[in-house]
Write a protein that binds this ligand. Structure first.
Ligand code: NAI
Length: 248
């Protein structure tokens, strides 16, 4: 299938994990790919080459998604390089966990800025181009804990709840211009982010998942493909959980 043939997708935090899986999936459906990430090393260059070898155009950009001006600059560069932007995946994210009692202002600000402000930065930066093109699809990476809350993750949960409000507001603002905005709320997905957890924490998550396994980045990428493609042309302002039926 070529569900994204001729489209250009920006994927933030695309160097590894879920973002990388989305880049691969979209490339396999014919999309041209612009990856932005803090990381720009030999692994990213090799990934860029791997994507280009799939017969699409791909380019990786070093950029801090939490920075407003830097985001404007990188998006302008992407538009100059690719000529268009059809899909934006706001995926960059970090955790800086700790009980509220011990959480520092730095931990709070860093997580809110990388996880939530980044979506504002990128959506603002692509909006004019999508308006000119008379359409677009935006997919924001939330989390099940944005709905349920989680002890030790007040900053992270707040940022992911914020993503849901942001998604729904943008859906209402830009829907009439054929720009759709939806969110994915992954549960427990096996990536570098969850490798940071202890064995005990990991088992506690899996215990609570009816499918009795963590999800793969590809499980999330499949839903991102649905939301980015015309398969979901009448889906707007929604949050889709990808969590194995976890009790949230
Ligand atoms: P990851 O840690 O494997 O990858 C995140 C990527 O974002 C990395 O390449 C990192 O360099 C990049 N990044 C971090 N800060 C950045 C910044 N300031 N600017 C640009 N790029 C930056 O994490 P994973 O698991 O792939 O997560 C992707 C998204 O999915 C995140 O938003 C995360 O919160 C969300 N998510 C992940 C879940 C999981 O279980 N792994 C569950 C729910 C949501």
């Amino acid at each position: 299938m070529n569900l994204l043939q001729g489209k250009t997708a920006i994927i933030t935090g695309g160097a590894r994990g879920i973002g990388k899986a989305i880049a691969l999936k979209f490339a396999s459906e014919g999309a041209n790919i612009a990856i932005t990430d803090l990381i720009y090393d030999d692994n990213v260059k090799a990934f860029e080459a791997e994507l280009n070898a799939m017969g699409i155009k791909a380019k990786a950009y070093a950029s801090n998604a939490a920075k407003f001006d830097e985001t404007q600059t990188v998006v302008n560069q992407i538009i100059a390089d690719f000529g268009r932007v059809d899909i934006l995946i706001n995926n960059a994210g970090i955790t800086k966990d700790g009980l509220l009692m011990r959480m520092t202002e730095e931990q709070w600000d860093a997580v809110i800025n990388v996880n939530l402000k980044s979506a504002f930065n990128f959506t603002k930066a692509v909006q004019m181009q999508m308006l000119k093109q008379k359409g677009g699809a935006i997919v924001n990476m939330s989390s099940v804990v944005g709905v349920s809350g989680n002890a030790g993750q007040a900053n992270y949960s707040a940022s992911k709840a914020g993503m849901i409000g942001f998604t729904k507001s943008v859906a209402k603002e830009l829907g009439s211009r054929n720009i759709r905005s939806n969110a994915i709320a992954p549960g427990f997905i096996i990536t570098d982010m969850t490798h940071k957890l202890t064995e005990e924490q990991r088992n506690a998550w899996i215990e609570n998942i009816p499918l009795k396994r963590g999800g793969t980045p590809e499980d999330v990428a499949n839903v991102a493909l649905f939301l980015a493609s015309d398969l979901s042309s009448y889906v707007n302002g929604q949050v889709i959980n990808v969590c194995g039926g976890m009790n949230t």
